[in-house]
Ligand binder design. Structure first.
Ligand code: ADP
Ligand code: MG
Length: 439
């Protein structure tokens, strides 16, 4: 693994839970790892997995519920002076110039004014904003503002540079330029930093930039893989070795020979009966994905499918998980393969497709529950909040909302039940309620 043998940051059993009404939701579970001097580390995980939380814990902005963070062997107990953070969108002070914004980080550190302005000028030069010292943020493009964000973080001479999805708010070309420039600065040794910890949900971004990739699961986040990336810089996204590593990581995050859902969404262990989380796959995207696989002869590489559909792994995986949940496709060694039912689905008209989804939903506990409740009620209708309460036993309030939105979406599509957005009622028509459950 690249880097020296000197441990800069050590995480020991870091665990974080947030309290809910009657129980805690565990976000991070027993995360133990060392980050060495000289490493560029990517923390790769799906949205909502707890990456930002972990980064805040490393920099001392948040305390873990259990476990310890050591920085050069010393426990971190508050905001860490040797770590700096770059956020997704950098909150610059609109009333300050570029130069003044960069100098902000040095105020209160006892650095004399002349030294502040000298250091800021050097960094502004380094990040390519020479000539914009006196510009105000509103005069800058998004990419230029993020450059100021980098300069401001670097001004304090941090040993550890933490970045939370720093390129995800930028347009494609701007992001790509800034990525390669940052790697250049890091490698030519002009940055004062000793290690980089970058949070991302982009597999390619991690392979492009990092020399070590740590993969987290979700619900709760655990380290599921820790991979060295020895590809030489500058990296070429089209190089066979690049594609191979990217493909390898896709295989890990889709669970190799296990169903994807068990990896990116490990259900919380709990004494209560758990409703497994539904993947957040849109049914229109599901149809599009399966049709594309059909056009490719019934099987294709997930990585190719993702780039063909311009989907990031975060958007692609829920759709492939949905396809697996409905038994329409299988994931094997990074390939998505249509099942016989999947072939029937893509060949079918909308009526046939709805019938297939309907029969699959009847095997899923949440839909069985909804169906049972609606059939038992005399008026065959029930408020959405009733189901939301049940879901909140299993999920955080935000996740419960998402789960219910997906359930309502799927159920309406499959015509398993109806939903009135004005009254917020789920209901069955009288004749549907009288049909056999086995229909
Ligand atoms: P990521 O950065 O991977 O998208 P986050 O670390 O932002 O994930 O959040 C992980 C989970 O923790 C989310 O479900 C989020 O709602 C929850 N969470 C984050 N901060 C808090 C908080 N202060 N209180 C309660 N829940 C939180
Ligand atoms: Mg985040």
């Amino acid at each position: 693994m690249a880097g020296s043998s000197e441990v800069l940051v050590r995480l020991l059993g870091v665990t974080k839970s947030y309290p809910q009404l009657d129980h805690d939701i565990r976000i991070l579970d027993d995360i133990t790892l060392d980050i060495y001097r000289g490493q560029y580390v990517a923390l790769l995980g799906p949205s909502g997995s707890g990456k930002s939380t972990l980064l805040r814990i490393v920099t001392g902005l948040t305390r873990p519920s259990y476990g310890t963070v050591l920085y050069r062997g010393e426990p971190v107990t508050g905001p860490h002076p040797d770590a700096a953070m770059v956020f997704q969108t950098f909150a610059l002070y609109p009333w300050l110039t570029v130069q003044q914004n960069v100098e902000m980080g040095l105020l209160g550190k006892g650095v004399p004014a002349s030294e502040r302005s000298r250091r800021a000028a050097l960094l502004i030069d380094l990040i390519g904003l020479d000539g914009y010292e006196n510009a105000f943020p509103k005069e800058l493009s998004g990419g230029m503002r993020q450059r100021v964000g980098f300069a401001r973080a670097l001004a304090v001479d941090p040993e550890l540079l933490c970045m939370d999805e720093p390129f995800s708010a930028l347009d494609f070309l701007t992001a790509e330029n800034l990525r390669s420039e940052l790697i250049g600065w890091w490698h030519d040794g002009r940055l004062p930093i000793q290690a980089v910890l970058m949070v991302t949900h982009g597999i390619e971004e991690a392979v492009y930039m990092a020399d070590r990739i740590i993969i987290l699961s979700k619900n709760p986040a655990r380290v599921i893989a820790d991979i060295a990336n020895p590809l030489p810089y500058p990296r070429n996204r089209k190089a066979p070795a690049f594609l191979e590593l990217t493909d390898h990581i896709y295989q890990i995050v889709t669970g190799w020979d296990r169903p994807a859902a068990t990896l990116w969404t490990v259900p919380e262990e709990s004494a209560k009966p758990t409703l497994k989380p539904l993947p957040q796959g849109h049914l229109s995207m599901l149809s599009g994905l399966l049709e594309l696989v059909r056009d490719r002869g019934g099987v294709d590489d997930l990585y190719h499918l993702g780039s063909e559909l311009f989907l990031e792994v975060d958007d692609l995986l829920p759709v492939t998980e949905t396809a697996q949940l409905f038994h329409l496709a299988e994931v094997q060694a990074g390939d998505l393969k249509l099942t016989a039912l999947g072939e029937e689905f893509v060949a079918g008209d909308i009526g046939r497709r709805k019938a297939i989804i309907r029969s699959q939903l009847k095997d899923i506990p949440l839909f069985q529950l909804i169906d049972r409740v609606l059939r038992t009620k005399a008026n065959h209708s029930m408020a959405r909040d009733f189901f939301l309460d049940i879901l909140e036993e299993n999920f955080s309030p935000k996740e419960a909302e998402r789960q219910l939105a997906t359930a309502i979406n799927w159920g309406r599509f499959a015509e398993l039940f109806h939903y009135d957005t004005d009254t917020e009622l789920l209901f069955l028509e009288e004749d549907e309620a009288n049909q056999s459950v086995q229909a």
